[in-house]
Design a protein around this ligand. Structure first.
Ligand code: ZN
Length: 133
């Protein structure tokens, strides 16, 4: 098992960042030729997803997240911490993804990228990458 935690500095409250190349470097560095890589965010106001990195589509993702979870809807959590919308968006996205590793590389589809989704930035985030043979 090979594990690495990397730091990501985000720059907006809602931001979608392609982390595929960072993950690919870790997979290559792990020496694992065939197995599985898991990418996990240690935060409850972020998400990890796989989708297509097309600039218009990335804007559509942001708009969808804002539309399905309103910013200020009288949430209970806002009484103690003013970021219920961030937690609720995170709940819908999930905190990790796993991708098969083959020939020392991630087996992503042609149009697939791994995104870290910042939902309560800007912050410094830690992402745990575990490569399993
Ligand atoms: Zn909170």
């Amino acid at each position: 098992m090979y594990r690495k935690v990397f730091e990501l500095k985000t720059s907006a409250r809602l931001e979608i960042i392609d982390i595929s190349s960072a993950i690919d470097s870790i997979v290559t560095g792990s020496g694992v030729k065939a197995g599985l890589v898991n990418v996990f965010s240690k935060h409850s106001t972020s998400g990890i997803v796989i989708n297509e990195n097309e600039s218009g589509l990335v804007e559509d993702f942001k708009n969808l997240l804002k539309k399905i979870v309103q910013n200020d809807a009288g949430y209970n959590h806002d009484r103690i911490d003013n970021n219920a919308d961030s937690h609720l968006r995170s709940l819908l996205l999930g905190n990790d993804v796993s991708v098969p590793v083959e020939n020392g590389r991630m087996e992503l589809g042609t149009w697939q990228s791994i995104f870290f989704i910042e939902l309560d930035g800007p912050r410094t985030r830690n992402i745990t990458v575990t490569v399993l043979p």
